[in-house]
Design a protein around this ligand. Sequence first.
Ligand SMILES: *[C@@H]1O[C@H](CO)[C@@H](O)[C@H](O)[C@H]1NC(C)=O
Ligand SMILES: *[C@@H]1O[C@H](CO)[C@@H](O)[C@H](O)[C@H]1NC(C)=O
Ligand SMILES: *[C@@H]1O[C@H](CO)[C@@H](O)[C@H](O)[C@H]1NC(C)=O
Length: 162
Amino acid sequence: MYYIKFLVIYVTMEKALTSFLLTSLLLHYVMASSAMTKTNITTDQLALSSLKSQIASDPFHFLDESWSFATSICHWVGVTCGSRHQRVNSLNLSNMALTGKIPRDLGNLTFLVSLDLGSNNFHGNLPQEMAHLRQLKFLDLSFNSFRGRFLLGLGFYTNFKF
Ligand SMILES: *[C@@H]1O[C@H](CO)[C@@H](O)[C@H](O)[C@H]1NC(C)=O
Ligand SMILES: *[C@@H]1O[C@H](CO)[C@@H](O)[C@H](O)[C@H]1NC(C)=O
Ligand SMILES: *[C@@H]1O[C@H](CO)[C@@H](O)[C@H](O)[C@H]1NC(C)=O
């Protein structure tokens, strides 16, 4: 009798554990997919347009024609999208003689793995929002005129130049 009771309790507990695991798995999945539906390529498009609006001078017209809503941002000069999720994973505007500031919205490019803004004339503070770029592995900001110490708070980069 005791043995059977124990068995019943055991089976009940196991069921509870299984359903607990299933619930957390489901919750995890729902949370992950809602995070994914919250942002999409439109988010990246808005972030890049915001960057473009902060560029005061583009003497060689690198962005003037290419960065237009007539084409997908994945075809914009310096932009590369991931083949799987079609989100911006690399931005390379190095050596384009651009003058401007980095908008906070750049931190919305959450799929960004590589950011190369080297050898331009970007200035001002780097926005704190860049700390949202959790996927970032490569960052080159060298030969610009940035101010501020925000980067000390970050530790994700495996490769960076300032
Ligand atoms: C991106 O999401 C917004 C709002 O969630 C939606 O209005 C828009 O149509 C979506 N864009 C694409 C390209 O899926
Ligand atoms: C970037 O994300 C912030 C916070 O989620 C939001 O308020 C802002 O509108 C976004 N910017 C763009 C250009 O989508
Ligand atoms: C960015 O583009 C320049 C010029 O094409 C190239 O030399 C540099 O290696 C690129 N940066 C990255 C991170 O790929």
